[in-house]
Design a protein around this ligand. Structure first.
Ligand code: NDP
Length: 444
């Protein structure tokens, strides 16, 4: 049996009941087969793949807090410190009822390669809780965040592990967590990113993942001789990534016709009104049913359906496994040119293969959505030098990073005979640097 298959089997056996983690490991290791096979003997002797698929450290903890009725609630907190070969662990905190160890490990594993791809000195980690911020009062959110950080603060630090936002963790939650960290540890340091501008946050961090996705997509299309301007775009989600992806796509001359949330989706043939979307989601924190009040020409549909619309480009920006095989078939039947992942692993493996086999340009999240973590790393740099850069400076650096990631993934794919396969290219480009660093640092 090949070394790759052997390790996939071991990972599945050693981590029962973790389907998302298995899926991520399979996806990454399958695409690294060509590199691993070229170095099989050495990698096997060094147990490189066993080490890279085993988190350096992971912990789960009780998060008790009191709700507004005086009732004690108990959630479970997670932090997986996956790999620190190239820098301090870095990765977001997800607050969503679906969170479990499998999801946090899949995200942490993917983060290792994504962070490496940015070219910046950051290792990979991820954390979160099954806490659901929806419908909670500000006081309840604060009570949860403080309790969560009371335990987490023992394990993180500006040079150790620097968490950030993710689904359910925005500026408000980061603020409460930062306050509690400072209070307990008595240090003012850049221990979290995604902070408010008044206390060490970076300009352009809010926009970074969505903007970065479009800088990447624009460059990728250009490499393939296609222009983004004038194209029609379907976006799923209406959170941080989706909103700023829609904004930048519109600025670059494309027309975004859909957005969605967990209950339904909007089709606006005239192009999504970004100001209305921001008002509904960022200010009112309301459902997309409100959108029709701003744009009477638009349609609201319950349930799923974004991928049934005829578009040139699809940008899944909601959550994992939201673009299934039947969605891929519908997109291909409608002549889609490119799919670029704004969310983490939104496309199932079957859907990814179908898109690639049918000539669709496919950009994996770990390359296409790396703008968020890249800008978090820029926030860390600003915190270390105790300076703040302008929006334009950060945005220019972000664009440069995304263009470089695109070229590096393209070059790595070509080097190993997989021209045009950006999944393989991104995984190889990210993997090579981590393996280099791990090898140099000995058996740790
Ligand atoms: P948000 O919480 O801001 O938005 C998430 C969006 O997806 C919301 O519209 C939400 O709808 C929808 N959604 C969430 N879960 C589901 C579900 N199970 N089914 C259908 N819709 C769902 O998160 P972000 O925009 O920050 O993150 C989106 C994705 O991008 C995630 O995969 C995240 O890991 C990834 N990502 C985010 C980065 C960032 O900087 N923010 C960086 C890199 C990746 P509703 O409001 O109804 O819940």
């Amino acid at each position: 049996m090949s070394y790759v298959d052997e390790v996939i089997e071991k990972v599945v056996a050693k981590n029962p009941g973790e389907p998302e983690f298995h899926q991520a490991v399979k996806e990454v290791l399958e695409s690294l087969r060509v590199v691993v096979e070229a170095n099989e003997e050495k990698f096997r002797k060094d147990a490189l793949l066993e080490r890279i698929t085993e988190p350096e450290r992971q912990f789960m903890f009780r998060v008790p807090w009191v709700d507004d009725k005086g009732q004690v609630q108990v959630n479970r907190g997670y932090r997986v410190q996956f790999n620190s070969a190239i820098g301090p662990y870095k990765g977001g905190i997800r607050l969503h009822p679906s969170v479990n160890l499998s999801i946090i490990k899949f995200l942490g594993f993917e983060q290792v390669f994504k962070n490496s791809l940015t070219g910046l000195p950051i290792g990979g980690g991820k954390g979160g809780s099954d806490f659901d911020p929806k419908g909670k009062s500000d006081r309840e959110i604060m009570a949860f965040c403080q309790s969560f950080m009371t335990e987490l603060c023992k394990h993180i630090g500006a040079d150790t592990d620097v968490p950030a936002g993710d689904i359910g963790t925005g500026a408000r939650e980061i603020g409460y967590m930062f306050g509690q960290y400072k209070r307990i540890r008595n240090v003012y340091e850049g221990v979290l990113t995604g902070k408010g501008l008044s206390y060490g946050g970076s300009l352009a961090r809010t926009e970074a993942t969505g903007y970065g996705l479009l800088y990447f997509t624009d460059e990728l299309l250009r490499l393939n001789g296609i222009e983004l301007a004038g194209k029609t775009v379907a976006i799923s989600g209406s959170g941080n990534v989706a909103i700023y992806a829609a904004e930048k796509a519109t600025q670059l001359g494309a027309k975004v016709v859909t957005v969605s949330d967990s209950t339904g989706w909007v089709y606006d043939p005239d192009g999504i009104d970004i100001a209305a979307l921001k008002e509904i989601k960022e200010v009112q924190r309301a459902r997309l049913t409100e959108y029709k009040k701003y744009r009477p020409n638009s349609e609201y549909h319950e349930g799923r359906g974004v991928w049934t619309v005829k578009v040139d480009i699809a940008l899944p920006c909601a959550t994992q496994n939201e673009l299934h095989l039947e969605d891929a078939k519908a997109l291909v039947a409608n002549g889609v040119i490119a799919v670029a992942e704004g969310a983490n692993m939104p496309t199932t493996l079957e859907a990814t293969h179908y898109l690639q086999e049918n000539g669709v340009i496919f950009a994996p999240g770990k390359a296409a959505n790396a703008g968020g973590v890249a800008t978090s790393a820029l926030e860390m740099s600003q915190n270390s030098e105790r300076l703040s850069w302008t929006f334009e400076e950060v945005d220019a650096k972000l664009k440069n990073i995304m263009v470089n990631i695109c070229h590096n993934a393209d070059a790595a794919a070509k080097k190993y005979g997989f021209a045009g396969n950006y999944v393989v290219g991104a995984n190889i480009a990210g993997f090579e640097k981590v393996v280099d660093a791990m090898t140099a640092q000995g058996i740790v």
